[in-house]
Design a protein around this ligand. Structure first.
Ligand SMILES: Nc1ncnc2c1ncn2[C@@H]1O[C@H](COP(=O)(O)OP(=O)(O)OP(=O)(O)O)[C@@H](O)[C@H]1O
Length: 248
């Protein structure tokens, strides 16, 4: 097990107030890390700092990865679903940015994109319009796009928002499979589903509290019982948190 991301004493602010304060976090090459926390806690901001979309004020982010070895599935991929584009074309967009081509796709691009669609079991949907797919199918296509560059780390921001429980489980089963060769980091509010898959949890609310999940007894059955962040953290028995502070 090797660390591929090492974050040390990181501070970030959009204006005067710190959104993230003294963040320390290591992500290993075989990790499945869940980033949880309240709305506005700084989870998406942390992903954007790892991706260099934002610049931090103080601290360090050491990356033992090349730039295109990080795949990203952003939040709100349901936007613009009326745009007349096929699943294959969405995935090819991942290839275009990589190879900096302006026009057309080579046979090689198309076969690579089909391979990515196959990895997420969506190859038979290649020529379907993205707007005609279900939320879960569409999300798999966006995961396929992020797989184009053969990433060693995949960051996903709320990949199961507005997807039903069955669809959520299918996405997490897919991520579990990808986790055999790719380190996975997922921002999610779906704690009960995530608990079945995550190896580690980072609770982010300006500061970061880290938990290993490997030795936690799964006393809850997440398919039958909704587990909120407060219950999760008290189940971990390591951190007393108040409901009010988490649900503000
Ligand atoms: N571009 C921006 N400029 C100024 N403030 C911002 C900007 N983007 C986010 N913020 C603020 O930074 C804080 C952290 O936002 P962020 O999106 O990282 O939270 P989050 O934990 O991902 O929230 P959610 O669970 O609601 O997606 C919020 O208070 C938000 O309003």
């Amino acid at each position: 097990m090797n660390n591929i991301i090492e974050i040390e004493n990181l501070f970030f602010s959009y204006d005067k107030q710190y959104i993230l304060e003294d963040i320390n976090l290591n992500i290993s090459n075989d990790d499945f890390l869940a980033i949880i926390g309240p709305n506005g806690g700084g989870k998406s901001t942390l992903l954007k700092l790892i991706l260099n979309i934002l610049n931090f004020n103080k601290g360090k982010i050491k990356k033992h990865l090349k730039k295109d070895e990080i795949g990203y599935v952003p939040q709100n991929t349901n936007l613009n679903i009326d745009f007349p584009i096929t699943a294959l074309e969405v995935v090819l967009m991942g290839h275009i940015s990589k190879k900096k081509k302006l026009f057309g796709y080579s046979k090689e691009d198309i076969s690579c994109a089909m391979q990515s669609l196959k990895q997420v079991s969506m190859e038979s949907f290649a020529n379907k319009k993205i707007g005609d797919l279900s939320g879960g199918e569409r999300q798999r296509v966006f995961i396929a796009r992020a797989l184009c560059s053969n990433p060693k780390l995949m960051l996903l921001d709320e990949p199961t928002a507005s997807i039903d429980v069955k669809g959520q489980n299918e996405i997490y089963e897919l991520l579990k499979d990808l986790n055999k060769s790719i380190s996975i980091v997922v921002v999610s509010h779906d704690i009960s589903v995530l608990l079945n898959y995550a190896k580690n949890v980072a609770h982010v609310n300006k500061k970061l509290v880290y938990h290993h999940l490997e030795n936690i007894e799964k006393e809850y059955n997440p398919t039958e019982e909704h587990l909120c962040e407060v219950e999760l953290l008290s189940a971990l028995g390591k951190k007393q948190v108040s409901c009010n502070s988490l649900h503000k």
